[in-house]
Design a protein around this ligand. Structure first.
Ligand code: GDP
Length: 486
């Protein structure tokens, strides 16, 4: 139940600026029309010394969707589902070509400027064993989906061109995949080029925390060529082996839950929504709600052969569906409901409140060093503090890491999601948002886009120019984090 700064100020009889000042102290820059979630509202009220009471009943959305999300699938209903695989990598390393070759079409050749614009999602079979490929336009899109709670990917295939090796975007992609906590398979691509030295790329990968299995590590590195087709069978086999090890399962006999990958208004067919079904089975005629859109599934088309109409789609099956009233945004969850009136009400309520993203869902939830203690207080397990390091030169990163490694504590784990040379980018901020990380900017600044994104998402960027100061602040934060002695 969001409440705006203005509403709270009127209800509590205090000037809005006073509330804004409290928010600012919490690192939230905002205006009087910004919506705050109940948690934040209560926090402010406590600061002001007033009581708040939320009178509105829980919404229909809460009742219906939470229930659907919480249905537990009985053990015996679970069956193996196809792995959902995402390809990431530095531009021009052959992501699109590899995927094209695997699914037998040619998008790379026909694309303007060779830049993948849209999310593609396809299902293929290798000797009767299915897998789904989701091709995002880049690792930022991958992480944005995750930030919205739509972690659709089971396995990442990291494409690295053997002639180029690990490049900055490769490093970023590694961080994003690692932050997602999914297995990474490396496709060491362009192996057909004369004079390439796979050893160099493997050494780079090794230094980036991906130890090749042939060197005793646990990263499978498959040498591939999208041009000659070499290694592609092995790549598919490796994907399937990793999938078998991880035993991905779902219950096909329940109402479907899925995620919108993208959606657009098509002149002929109306709204076409690319959906990945994640659990249950979606059927033509089902009543669905997806973000602020709703409708009855009119038709489902196989994204690979748009003329093939599907009557139903089970877990890990991507479809292009028609029947929604408007285009939902990427990352929106799709649910099947019993009642079209309910679906409409939920969609319309969401549509109205959408312009006001709750502060609670963005700014306040974010980890800052100051609020770390409160956020993690009361949790039992070992706590993780995620960090993203940005510095002027390699040497600074090494020195920082060395300093930080001394801060290890049995109850708090420091996890450096990404370490790179150069200014803070929008990608860092997106990653920090999805991973509740704090960005440490050492002798560097954030570019304009990054700064705007950080204030939009409420991500903390801490600037430093003295190494010991970083360590000192973190030490303080870590001490605040420690569980009280029993
Ligand atoms: P993306 O940006 O990662 O999607 O890369 P593309 O698939 O668009 O490939 C970039 C360029 O590398 C294109 O000109 C491809 O033809 C070429 N390419 C991709 N894979 C291979 C490969 O295995 N061998 C060779 N020789 N060229 C490749």
């Amino acid at each position: 139940l969001p409440c705006s700064v203005k509403e709270l100020s009127e209800a509590a009889g205090v000037p809005a600026v006073q509330i804004l000042r409290i928010l600012m102290d919490e690192g939230v820059m905002t205006n009087i029309n910004a919506q705050m979630d109940p948690e934040l509202t209560e926090f402010i009220a406590a600061e002001l010394g007033v009581d708040v009471d939320f009178l509105q009943p829980e919404t229909l959305e809460d009742r219906v969707l939470m229930r659907l999300e919480e249905i537990e699938d009985p053990e015996e209903s679970l069956v193996a589902r196809a792995p959902v695989v995402t390809f990431l990598g530095h531009v021009d390393h052959g992501k699109t070509s590899l995927l094209d070759r695997l699914i037998g079409i040619d998008v790379a050749g026909g694309e303007s400027g060779g830049i993948t614009q849209h999310i593609r999602a396809y299902r293929i079979e290798n000797n009767g064993r299915p897998m789904a490929f989701v091709d995002t336009p880049g690792h930022e899109a991958f992480t944005e989906m995750r930030a919205r709670g739509a972690g659709v990917t089971d396995i990442v295939v990291l494409v690295v061109a053997a002639d180029d090796g690990v490049m900055p975007q490769t490093e970023e992609a590694i961080s994003h995949a690692k932050a997602a906590g999914v297995p990474i398979i490396v496709a060491l691509n362009k192996i057909d080029l004369p004079g390439v030295d796979p050893l160099r790329a493997m050494t780079d990968l090794n230094t980036n925390g991906l130890q090749p299995s042939e060197w005793g590590g646990d990263t499978e590195i498959v040498k591939t060529s999208a041009t000659t087709g070499e290694g592609l069978d092995e790549l598919l086999e490796t994907i399937l082996t990793v999938a078998e090890l991880n035993e991905y399962v779902a219950n096909p006999d329940r109402a479907a839950i899925g995620t919108c990958l993208e959606s657009q208004q098509d002149a002929d067919r109306g709204v076409v929504t690319k959906v990945l079904v994640q659990n249950g089975t979606l059927k033509v005629g089902d009543i669905v709600v997806c973000g602020d859109a709703y409708g009855r599934v009119k038709a489902m088309l196989d994204p690979l052969s748009p003329r093939t109409r599907l009557e139903e789609a089970g877990p890990s099956v991507p479809v292009n569906l028609t029947g929604l009233d408007i285009a939902p945004s990427a990352g929106a969850r799709l649910y099947v409901l019993d009642d079209i009136a309910e679906a409409r009400e939920i969609a319309e309520t969401r549509g109205k409140s959408q312009h006001n993203e709750y502060l609670g869902a963005t700014g306040f939830r974010q980890t800052t060093l100051d609020t770390l203690f409160e956020r993690l207080d009361g949790a039992d397990e070992v706590q993780t503090l995620n960090l993203i390091l940005r510095a002027d030169v390699r040497g600074s990163i090494e020195a920082l890491e060395k300093e930080l490694s001394k801060l290890e504590h049995p109850e708090v784990r420091l996890r450096i999601l990404q370490r790179s040379v150069g200014g803070v980018t929008e990608g860092d901020v997106v990653l920090a948002d999805a991973s509740e990380a704090v960005i440490i900017a050492f002798n560097v600044v954030a570019d304009d886009k990054a700064r705007a994104k950080a204030s939009e998402l409420g991500v903390e960027i801490r600037r430093y120019s003295i190494i010991y100061k970083v360590a000192e602040d973190l030490k303080l934060a870590l001490e605040g984090l420690l569980k009280p002695e029993q």
